[in-house]
Design a protein around this ligand. Structure first.
Ligand SMILES: [Zn+2]
Length: 125
């Protein structure tokens, strides 16, 4: 094997030659396969609901995630036993369900109570 134009004895070790070879190679088509991905997700994660997975994929498309990003992202979540499919959407773009007003009021009251207790706390003399 002759040395490459960039001066490396083995062109397979040359990043420039490898990049050129990659760009010259024919580009394989990546097909969207939502139904198959949903079926795989439900087979791998029986604790997930089909409606949720479909909604999360639809939301992912809406916020501009590409199909390869959705595919790889969902597969990564499937393999994480603590993950849910909603995590496919970045946190700042997630639409959280509207919280129950009673829960919010209760939580706020507890926060106020905790703050008051801290304010009334005195250092030991
Ligand atoms: Zn080279």
């Amino acid at each position: 094997m002759p040395p490459c134009a960039h001066g490396l004895a083995d062109p397979r070790m040359c990043p420039d030659c490898r990049r050129a070879a990659r760009q010259a190679a024919p580009v394989a088509p990546i097909e969207r396969a939502t139904d198959e991905l949903v079926a795989l997700a439900l087979a791998v994660r029986p604790d997930w609901r089909e409606a949720d997975v479909r909604a999360d994929l639809a939301n992912a498309s809406m916020i501009g995630l590409t199909w390869p990003q959705q595919l790889v992202g969902l597969a990564r979540l499937m393999a994480d036993p603590c993950a849910v499919s909603r995590e496919l959407i970045p946190p700042h773009q997630r639409q959280e369900p509207t919280p129950d007003p009673d829960v919010v009021i209760d939580r706020t009251a507890r926060g106020v109570e905790a703050a008051r207790a801290l304010l009334e706390e005195r250092d030991a003399p």
